[in-house]
Structures are given as C-alpha cells and as structure tokens.
Design a protein around this ligand. Structure first.
Ligand SMILES: O=c1ccn([C@@H]2O[C@H](COP(=O)(O)O)[C@@H](O)[C@H]2O)c(=O)[nH]1
Length: 276
C-alpha cells in the first residue's frame, strides 16, 4: 500500500486507528474456547466489529508464534480475513545479520514462501543498516523501525546521548539514508508524546506507528496535536482497551463501541490538527 492510499483511507474513514490483535487465549471469552480455532474466531469477530472504524490491524506475532504451527495457521487466516483496504502490520520486532534478515523479510512479505503477505513489519534498528535493508528490497512493503518505544525501559538506551543527540534521534536521522518516507515508518510510544515535536523535527514526513494509548495511558489528543502532519502521518494503535473491552459474549459489540469512541475523537483531531 502506498502512503497516498493510506492517507486516502484515513480521510474516508476519518480515522487513524490501528486495532492491535494481541489475542491471548487466556483472555478469550469462554464460549469461544470450544471452537476449532478460538484465536481466529475471536479475531474474525473483532475485525467484523471494528473494520468501519479502523484503517490498520496489527497482530502481535508473539501471540501466534507461542502456539507453533497452529498459531501460525491462526495468523495466516487472520491476515487473509482483514479487509484489503486496511494496512497490515506484523509486529514482530525482527532484525539480524543481512542473510537472516532476508529470511525474516520473506516470512512476512512473501506469500509464496510463508503464506503471509503483510504490508509492513516492525524491525529493531540495533544491528544497523545491513540488518534493516533486506526488508527494504520488497516493493510496496514498509519497515516500521523502533525509534522511541512506549515502555519504561526505553530510557535504558533510546534516550542516552550519542554525541550531541539522543540515540533515538540518531536512529531517525541515520535510517533515512537507507529508505524513503514511502518505505519507512517509525514506532514512537504515545507515552512519549512530550518528545513528539523532537521526532517531527527529524522526520517531518514519515508515518509514525504510535502504540500506548488505552491500556498504557497515553493521550490521544497530545499525540494528535504534536504528531500530525499534512498526510496525518499517524497510525495510533490500541490493543487491549478495544479487544478486551468485555470478556463476555458481547465482546465484539463492546469492542465496536470502544473503536467507535476512538474514531470519533480522531475525526475531531483530523479537523483540528491536520496540517493544511
Ligand atoms: O513501543 C512499543 C512498541 C510496540 N508495542 C506493542 O503495541 C501493543 C500495545 O498494546 P496495548 O494493549 O494497546 O497496550 C502491543 O502489541 C505491544 O507489544 C508497544 O506497546 N510499545
């Protein structure tokens, strides 16, 4: 999917919501546990309930890999079920020496190899250029590089000074030598909204994947105010607050209500903060 196609969808749905499919068997409503593939059954109903409010879906790969071949099958079925107009993110946080990264890229981008055809994959930048560029050789696919993550541990390395910059700023600057803003996005946590102006100074045109609203308490308004650019430039993820809005038989209905609330807020922020 191109940047323009993504922006087109954001404008038509008045939403930059990414629904996170962190589908945890232990949190699924009891009545689904007897079905043949409870993870897929849950995802299917969540997707049906939220697709009019969401522009992207982000399965977190850990929740599927943990179940081996069966989990991978649930992931393939889920990806195939996501509406074609929605942007898909494999939140896998990969990256290794070049030849290994090439195989990780095939795992998420080459349906003839793995059965998966995601639009994007999250990648850790720690191993540098040759660990990231193999993902960038796939046409029309995106790398979403971890820049400033939402967790407390982000301060252990990401905000340390490297010369006259913070490490995350060096990630934002250096990586722009490897790919364009049609290939690269960055992860910036909603819990770090106070640093979004700093991020935007270095990456004014890039899309940012912003996890950390909802269960982690980040402010959607602050993210939108300081992070939005002229193509919106934001995909704001919410996982638990939407998919586990209820643990009962009404889980999909409640997820739809939560997603609609977020979308309605986003529609206001698009009016207020989209740069003309
Ligand atoms: O910095 C990061 C990078 C990734 N994540 C992932 O996003 C979701 C957040 O889930 P919530 O339930 O909405 O808190 C989850 O998959 C994380 O692994 C992140 O939180 N922060």
């Amino acid at each position: 999917m191109t940047k323009q196609e993504l922006f087109g969808q954001i404008l038509s749905k008045k939403s930059y919501l990414c629904v996170g499919l962190d589908t945890d068997l232990q949190k699924l409503p009891k009545h689904l546990l007897d079905t043949e593939d409870p993870i897929f059954e849950f995802n299917k109903q969540i997707i049906d309930a939220t697709k009019q409010y969401a522009v992207a879906y982000k399965p977190n790969i850990a929740f599927y890999e943990a179940f081996g071949a069966k989990g991978w099958e649930s992931l393939q079925k889920t990806l195939a079920y996501i509406p074609k107009e929605c942007f898909t993110i494999a939140d896998a946080k990969r990256g290794d020496i070049g030849n290994t990264s090439g195989l990780y890229a095939r795992a998420f981008f080459d349906p003839n190899s793995s059965g998966l055809d995601f639009d994007s994959v999250t990648v850790a930048p720690y191993m540098g250029e040759d660990s990231v560029t193999p993902f960038l050789t796939f046409p029309n696919k995106w790398v979403i590089l971890l820049a400033l993550t939402s967790n407390g541990g982000s301060k252990d390395f990401q905000t340390l000074s490297v010369g006259d910059k913070a490490l995350f700023e060096e990630v934002l600057t250096k990586s722009q030598e490897w790919g364009t803003d049609e290939q690269l996005m960055y992860v910036v946590g909603a819990t770090k909204a106070d640093m979004l102006a700093q991020v935007r100074a270095l990456a004014p045109e890039h899309f940012l994947l912003v996890p950390g609203v909802g269960a982690q308490g980040g402010s959607l308004e602050e993210v939108s105010k300081y992070g939005m650019n002229s193509t919106c430039g934001l995909l704001v993820n919410s996982s638990r607050a939407i998919i586990y809005a209820s643990s009962g038989e009404d889980f999909a209905e409640k997820a739809a209500e939560e997603a609609q609330k977020v979308q309605a807020e986003m529609a206001q922020y698009l009016d207020l903060y989209l740069k003309k």
